[in-house]
Ligand binder design. Structure first.
Ligand code: GDP
Length: 429
């Protein structure tokens, strides 16, 4: 389990607005740290019963009435941050929040940095590193598939998987050490073949995880480039799929000179639609730049909607016969009229089917680059451990695998990574 260094001034008691910006019906102020209980008692006259909602009058040090608020008092360590924690559910006006903040500052409390509550939760072992990353993704999730994957991570699924792998590696290492110490024993020979099997099984499992769809594609969206010659109907189709007039639509060939992209949610899936310039022999230098970009977009895309029946070389091509209301559909292509809307539902369904294959499957934990890079080293070390007949080399490779897995889980230097990670959090989280 990840343990960060003790956060700066973790002895301080912090507060922040954890709900949306006022004005709103309710504003939730969270307070975490050793003085949370005393602060609550001072504001409300006495500390409410733990873990029960209590309606109280809040007053500042001069006895001035600040608000009628619902209070939650949660003594640590079984709280979100692992510290004493209080929540004030205030009336969500700007002046109410400002007055309560002033009263908290007056009592020596400090406003939290972005992500500071979560940082304390990590430090106190309430969350592991992959769960914190999942939480960051959950707060950023905009589509259903992003929410589901982030929820799995925030729930600790990846952390448990990594911990399980680590446990198996430790067992393998122990068995190898035993084999080195007691050479020649029959039992040890049997154990040796069990260990080889354990190494092979772990190599296979990590290899499978590495081969699964990457997490970035879920975070950034499946890139779908619409390609075809000028006037093929790319911009019109782009607009129809995006559902608004985002791109320039014109009957003059070569109007779309640049790649225009729009992130959209398609069947609960994050997608980035890219309208590319028509690929033809460009007539002017600016158009030539657009054509060049179009070719690059084509190579970069996860899915190509091909309006021309060209061989694009991309891994996933959906052949589209555009302008189906006026033109005869070419064989094998999906007839679509962006103008009348005919065939658009079938096209969306085809995109959803191909896209689903490119995203992490339900129940599968997606790995982002940091995890893939480290696990690739773990995998390579395991593979060479499995391939070696020399027990010393095998033991050495297992040590390498353990060190890299340990770094990933959080045993290594994680501070720089933590700073980057917590930079993604909002205030009050
Ligand atoms: P692009 O150069 O490939 O982006 O093509 P545009 O989307 O700008 O479309 C070129 C011309 O074809 C425009 O006049 C559009 O109105 C027309 N067009 C596009 N899609 C359709 C369609 O589905 N049916 C019909 N009848 N015309 C279309």
């Amino acid at each position: 389990m990840a343990r960060a260094n003790k956060p700066d001034a973790a002895d301080s008691t912090i507060y922040a607005l954890s709900s949306g910006a006022p004005p709103a019906a309710i504003a939730i102020v969270r307070i975490s740290g050793p003085d949370a209980g005393a602060t609550l008692a001072a504001l409300a006259g006495s500390c409410p019963s733990p873990r029960t909602a209590s309606l109280r009058r809040l007053r500042d040090q001069r006895g001035e009435l600040l608000d009628h608020a619902l209070l939650l008092w949660m003594p640590g360590p079984c709280t979100a941050t692992g510290e004493d924690l209080a929540e004030l559910h205030l009336h969500g006006g700007r002046a109410v929040v400002a007055a309560v903040f002033a009263a908290l500052a007056e009592r020596g409390l400090r406003q939290a940095e972005p992500g500071e509550f979560t940082r304390r939760a990590l430090f106190n072992g309430r969350l592991d590193l992959s769960a914190v990353e999942g939480l960051a993704d959950l707060l950023a999730a905009e589509t259903e598939s992003q929410r589901r994957e982030a929820m799995r991570r925030a729930d600790g699924m990846l952390g448990r998987k990594l911990d399980g792998w680590m446990r198996r590696l430790v067992e393998i290492a122990a068995a190898l050490e035993a084999a080195l110490d007691y050479d020649g024993d029959d039992d040890v020979a049997q154990q040796g073949s069990d260990t080889a099997e354990a190494i092979a099984a772990l190599t296979l499992e990590i290899g499978t995880a590495l081969a699964a769809a990457p997490a970035e594609r879920l975070r950034d969206g499946v890139r779908i480039a619409i390609v075809g010659p000028p006037n093929a109907g790319k911009s019109t189709l782009f607009n129809a799929l995006v559902g608004e007039d985002a791109a320039i639509v014109s009957a003059i060939a070569g109007t779309t000179r640049d790649a225009i992209e729009r992130p959209v949610a398609l069947a609960g899936m994050p997608v980035v639609l890219v309208d590319t310039a028509g690929v033809r022999d460009a007539l002017d230098p600016i158009e030539a730049i657009g054509v060049d970009r179009a070719l690059r977009e084509r190579a970069r895309a996860d899915i190509v909607l091909d309006l021309a029946g060209e061989q694009t070389g991309a891994a996933h091509v959906i052949a589209v016969a555009a302008k189906a209301d006026v033109a005869a559909a070419r064989a094998g292509a999906l007839p679509v009229s962006a103008l009348t809307g005919a065939g658009l539902a079938a096209l969306r369904a085809a995109i959803a089917t191909v896209g689903a294959g490119l995203l992490p499957r339900d129940g599968e934990v997606a790995l982002d680059r940091r995890y893939r890079d480290a696990l690739a080293i773990v995998h390579a070390a395991l593979a060479s451990a499995a391939a070696s007949d020399d027990p010393l080399i095998t033991a050495d490779e297992i040590r390498v695998a353990r060190a890299h897995l340990d770094g990933l889980i959080g045993g290594g230097d994680v501070e720089a990574m933590l700073d980057a990670l917590f930079g993604r959090f909002c205030l009050g989280k």
